[in-house]
Design a protein. Structure first.
Length: 237
Protein backbone atom coordinates (compact mmCIF):
# COMPACT_ATOMS: atom_id res chain seq x y z
CA UNK A 1 0.00 0.00 0.00
CA UNK A 2 1.56 3.29 -1.13
CA UNK A 3 2.05 5.97 1.53
CA UNK A 4 1.53 9.71 1.23
CA UNK A 5 4.46 11.86 2.40
CA UNK A 6 3.85 15.58 2.99
CA UNK A 7 6.86 17.87 2.47
CA UNK A 8 6.94 20.37 5.35
CA UNK A 9 8.58 22.98 3.11
CA UNK A 10 7.50 26.05 5.07
CA UNK A 11 9.77 28.75 6.50
CA UNK A 12 8.06 29.03 9.85
CA UNK A 13 7.98 26.30 12.55
CA UNK A 14 4.55 27.39 13.82
CA UNK A 15 3.12 26.81 10.34
CA UNK A 16 4.84 23.41 10.09
CA UNK A 17 3.36 22.36 13.44
CA UNK A 18 -0.09 23.64 12.42
CA UNK A 19 0.10 21.47 9.29
CA UNK A 20 1.10 18.37 11.28
CA UNK A 21 -1.75 19.02 13.73
CA UNK A 22 -4.31 19.59 11.00
CA UNK A 23 -3.25 16.49 9.05
CA UNK A 24 -2.69 14.26 12.11
CA UNK A 25 -5.74 12.00 11.65
CA UNK A 26 -4.69 11.10 8.11
CA UNK A 27 -1.69 9.07 9.37
CA UNK A 28 0.80 10.52 6.89
CA UNK A 29 4.59 10.54 6.76
CA UNK A 30 6.17 14.02 7.17
CA UNK A 31 9.17 15.03 5.12
CA UNK A 32 11.70 17.26 6.87
CA UNK A 33 13.73 18.71 4.01
CA UNK A 34 16.40 21.36 3.96
CA UNK A 35 14.13 24.30 4.78
CA UNK A 36 12.85 22.96 8.13
CA UNK A 37 16.08 21.04 8.82
CA UNK A 38 18.33 24.10 8.58
CA UNK A 39 15.74 26.56 9.87
CA UNK A 40 14.25 24.80 12.90
CA UNK A 41 15.41 21.17 12.83
CA UNK A 42 15.60 20.41 16.55
CA UNK A 43 12.20 21.98 17.18
CA UNK A 44 10.37 20.10 14.44
CA UNK A 45 11.98 16.78 15.38
CA UNK A 46 10.91 17.22 19.02
CA UNK A 47 7.41 17.99 17.83
CA UNK A 48 7.19 15.01 15.48
CA UNK A 49 8.69 12.69 18.08
CA UNK A 50 6.26 13.89 20.76
CA UNK A 51 3.33 13.24 18.42
CA UNK A 52 4.82 9.86 17.45
CA UNK A 53 4.36 10.40 13.72
CA UNK A 54 6.63 8.87 11.08
CA UNK A 55 9.06 11.15 9.33
CA UNK A 56 11.56 11.19 6.52
CA UNK A 57 14.66 13.36 6.81
CA UNK A 58 15.33 14.59 3.28
CA UNK A 59 18.90 15.65 4.08
CA UNK A 60 20.27 14.55 0.68
CA UNK A 61 23.67 13.86 2.21
CA UNK A 62 26.50 14.10 -0.36
CA UNK A 63 30.04 14.20 1.04
CA UNK A 64 33.08 12.01 1.61
CA UNK A 65 32.16 8.65 3.18
CA UNK A 66 33.37 9.48 6.70
CA UNK A 67 31.46 12.78 6.84
CA UNK A 68 28.35 11.26 5.27
CA UNK A 69 28.36 8.42 7.83
CA UNK A 70 28.82 10.89 10.70
CA UNK A 71 25.91 13.02 9.43
CA UNK A 72 23.66 9.96 9.17
CA UNK A 73 24.60 8.95 12.73
CA UNK A 74 23.46 12.37 13.97
CA UNK A 75 20.14 12.08 12.11
CA UNK A 76 19.30 8.51 13.22
CA UNK A 77 18.82 9.63 16.83
CA UNK A 78 15.59 11.37 15.80
CA UNK A 79 14.01 7.96 15.25
CA UNK A 80 13.37 8.66 11.60
CA UNK A 81 11.65 6.21 9.26
CA UNK A 82 13.69 7.22 6.18
CA UNK A 83 16.87 9.21 5.60
CA UNK A 84 18.59 9.81 2.28
CA UNK A 85 21.87 10.45 0.48
CA UNK A 86 22.72 11.38 -3.12
CA UNK A 87 23.60 8.34 -5.25
CA UNK A 88 26.06 10.58 -7.13
CA UNK A 89 28.16 10.54 -3.93
CA UNK A 90 29.21 7.06 -5.05
CA UNK A 91 29.13 3.52 -3.78
CA UNK A 92 31.55 3.90 -0.86
CA UNK A 93 29.58 6.87 0.46
CA UNK A 94 26.23 5.05 0.17
CA UNK A 95 27.69 1.95 1.85
CA UNK A 96 29.14 4.05 4.69
CA UNK A 97 25.75 5.77 5.18
CA UNK A 98 23.77 2.51 5.15
CA UNK A 99 26.19 0.86 7.62
CA UNK A 100 26.15 3.94 9.88
CA UNK A 101 22.33 3.99 9.96
CA UNK A 102 22.13 0.33 10.93
CA UNK A 103 24.91 0.49 13.54
CA UNK A 104 23.68 3.70 15.19
CA UNK A 105 20.09 2.44 15.36
CA UNK A 106 21.32 -0.78 16.99
CA UNK A 107 23.31 1.22 19.57
CA UNK A 108 20.19 3.26 20.38
CA UNK A 109 17.85 0.24 20.40
CA UNK A 110 15.82 1.71 17.53
CA UNK A 111 14.47 0.26 14.32
CA UNK A 112 17.03 1.18 11.63
CA UNK A 113 15.72 3.74 9.13
CA UNK A 114 15.55 3.03 5.44
CA UNK A 115 18.46 4.68 3.64
CA UNK A 116 17.32 5.87 0.23
CA UNK A 117 19.51 7.28 -2.52
CA UNK A 118 18.43 10.22 -4.66
CA UNK A 119 18.93 9.25 -8.31
CA UNK A 120 18.08 12.24 -10.53
CA UNK A 121 16.26 15.27 -9.10
CA UNK A 122 12.72 15.49 -10.45
CA UNK A 123 13.35 19.15 -11.32
CA UNK A 124 16.05 18.21 -13.85
CA UNK A 125 15.25 18.23 -17.56
CA UNK A 126 17.20 16.42 -20.32
CA UNK A 127 19.13 19.66 -20.93
CA UNK A 128 20.06 19.96 -17.25
CA UNK A 129 21.43 16.40 -17.25
CA UNK A 130 23.60 17.05 -20.27
CA UNK A 131 24.82 20.37 -18.78
CA UNK A 132 26.24 18.50 -15.77
CA UNK A 133 27.80 15.81 -17.97
CA UNK A 134 25.31 13.00 -17.41
CA UNK A 135 24.83 11.24 -20.75
CA UNK A 136 21.57 9.53 -21.60
CA UNK A 137 18.06 10.34 -20.44
CA UNK A 138 16.69 10.53 -16.90
CA UNK A 139 15.50 6.91 -16.99
CA UNK A 140 18.91 5.50 -17.99
CA UNK A 141 20.64 7.55 -15.32
CA UNK A 142 18.08 6.68 -12.64
CA UNK A 143 18.30 2.94 -13.47
CA UNK A 144 22.10 2.94 -13.33
CA UNK A 145 22.14 4.84 -10.03
CA UNK A 146 19.38 2.64 -8.57
CA UNK A 147 21.42 -0.53 -9.27
CA UNK A 148 24.44 1.09 -7.65
CA UNK A 149 22.32 2.10 -4.64
CA UNK A 150 20.98 -1.44 -4.26
CA UNK A 151 24.50 -2.91 -4.50
CA UNK A 152 25.70 -0.39 -1.90
CA UNK A 153 23.18 -1.39 0.77
CA UNK A 154 20.39 1.18 0.26
CA UNK A 155 16.80 -0.02 0.64
CA UNK A 156 15.38 2.19 -2.08
CA UNK A 157 15.70 5.28 -4.21
CA UNK A 158 14.20 8.70 -4.65
CA UNK A 159 13.23 9.03 -8.31
CA UNK A 160 10.52 10.37 -10.57
CA UNK A 161 7.37 8.24 -10.77
CA UNK A 162 8.22 7.99 -14.48
CA UNK A 163 11.18 5.83 -13.49
CA UNK A 164 9.54 3.79 -10.69
CA UNK A 165 8.12 0.99 -12.85
CA UNK A 166 11.39 0.46 -14.73
CA UNK A 167 13.39 0.40 -11.50
CA UNK A 168 10.99 -2.08 -9.87
CA UNK A 169 11.05 -4.31 -12.96
CA UNK A 170 14.85 -4.31 -13.12
CA UNK A 171 15.68 -4.54 -9.42
CA UNK A 172 12.65 -6.18 -7.79
CA UNK A 173 9.47 -5.04 -6.09
CA UNK A 174 11.11 -5.12 -2.63
CA UNK A 175 13.43 -2.29 -3.64
CA UNK A 176 11.46 0.78 -2.55
CA UNK A 177 10.73 3.90 -4.58
CA UNK A 178 9.92 7.32 -3.15
CA UNK A 179 8.67 9.76 -5.75
CA UNK A 180 8.45 13.55 -5.52
CA UNK A 181 7.06 15.50 -8.47
CA UNK A 182 3.48 14.39 -7.77
CA UNK A 183 0.85 16.78 -9.06
CA UNK A 184 -2.91 16.21 -8.76
CA UNK A 185 -4.67 17.01 -12.06
CA UNK A 186 -4.92 20.77 -12.59
CA UNK A 187 -2.31 21.85 -10.01
CA UNK A 188 0.72 23.98 -10.87
CA UNK A 189 3.96 22.17 -11.69
CA UNK A 190 6.17 24.91 -10.22
CA UNK A 191 9.83 23.97 -10.77
CA UNK A 192 9.09 20.24 -11.19
CA UNK A 193 9.75 18.83 -14.67
CA UNK A 194 8.96 15.11 -14.54
CA UNK A 195 5.56 14.94 -12.83
CA UNK A 196 2.77 12.38 -12.48
CA UNK A 197 -0.65 12.40 -10.85
CA UNK A 198 -1.14 10.42 -7.62
CA UNK A 199 -3.03 7.60 -9.36
CA UNK A 200 -0.43 7.33 -12.13
CA UNK A 201 2.33 7.15 -9.51
CA UNK A 202 0.58 4.37 -7.56
CA UNK A 203 0.05 2.43 -10.81
CA UNK A 204 3.73 2.89 -11.62
CA UNK A 205 4.61 1.15 -8.34
CA UNK A 206 5.68 4.10 -6.21
CA UNK A 207 5.82 3.13 -2.51
CA UNK A 208 5.96 6.68 -1.11
CA UNK A 209 4.41 9.65 -2.92
CA UNK A 210 5.90 13.00 -1.84
CA UNK A 211 3.62 16.01 -2.15
CA UNK A 212 4.58 19.49 -1.00
CA UNK A 213 3.03 22.64 -2.43
CA UNK A 214 -0.24 21.09 -3.68
CA UNK A 215 -1.00 20.41 0.02
CA UNK A 216 0.95 23.07 1.95
CA UNK A 217 -0.19 25.93 -0.30
CA UNK A 218 -3.80 24.73 -0.68
CA UNK A 219 -6.55 26.89 0.82
CA UNK A 220 -7.60 23.74 2.70
CA UNK A 221 -4.56 21.42 3.15
CA UNK A 222 -6.63 18.69 4.83
CA UNK A 223 -9.09 18.54 1.93
CA UNK A 224 -6.19 18.51 -0.55
CA UNK A 225 -4.48 15.64 1.27
CA UNK A 226 -7.74 13.70 1.59
CA UNK A 227 -8.41 14.05 -2.13
CA UNK A 228 -4.94 12.67 -2.91
CA UNK A 229 -5.42 9.75 -0.48
CA UNK A 230 -8.82 8.98 -2.07
CA UNK A 231 -7.25 8.98 -5.52
CA UNK A 232 -4.48 6.64 -4.29
CA UNK A 233 -6.92 4.28 -2.59
CA UNK A 234 -9.14 4.00 -5.68
CA UNK A 235 -6.21 2.50 -7.58
CA UNK A 236 -5.55 -0.19 -4.99
CA UNK A 237 -9.24 -0.91 -4.16
O1 LIG B 1 6.22 21.13 -3.55
P1 LIG B 1 6.65 19.84 -4.19
O2 LIG B 1 5.55 18.81 -4.23
O3 LIG B 1 7.31 20.05 -5.54
O4 LIG B 1 7.78 19.27 -3.20
C1 LIG B 1 8.61 18.19 -3.54
C2 LIG B 1 9.59 17.96 -2.44
O5 LIG B 1 10.40 16.82 -2.77
C3 LIG B 1 10.56 19.10 -2.18
O6 LIG B 1 10.78 19.16 -0.78
C4 LIG B 1 11.85 18.69 -2.87
O7 LIG B 1 12.98 19.17 -2.18
C5 LIG B 1 11.77 17.16 -2.76
N1 LIG B 1 12.49 16.42 -3.79
C6 LIG B 1 12.25 16.57 -5.15
N2 LIG B 1 12.93 15.84 -6.07
C7 LIG B 1 13.85 14.94 -5.66
C8 LIG B 1 14.10 14.77 -4.30
C9 LIG B 1 13.39 15.53 -3.38
O8 LIG B 1 11.38 17.35 -5.53
N3 LIG B 1 14.48 14.17 -6.54
Amino acid sequence: MAQLVVALDVPNPDRAEQLVDALYDLDLVYKVGMEPLYGYGERIFSYLEARDVRHFIDAKVHDIPRTAAAAIKQLVRHGTHIVNVHALGGSAMMRAAADAARERAQELGMTPPHVFAVTVLTSMSAGDLSDVGLHGDALENAMRLARLARDSGCSGVVCSAHEAAGIKAAIGSDFLTLTPGIRPGGSAHGDQQRVMTPSQAVRAGSDYLVVGRPITEAADPVAAARAILDEMQKVTA
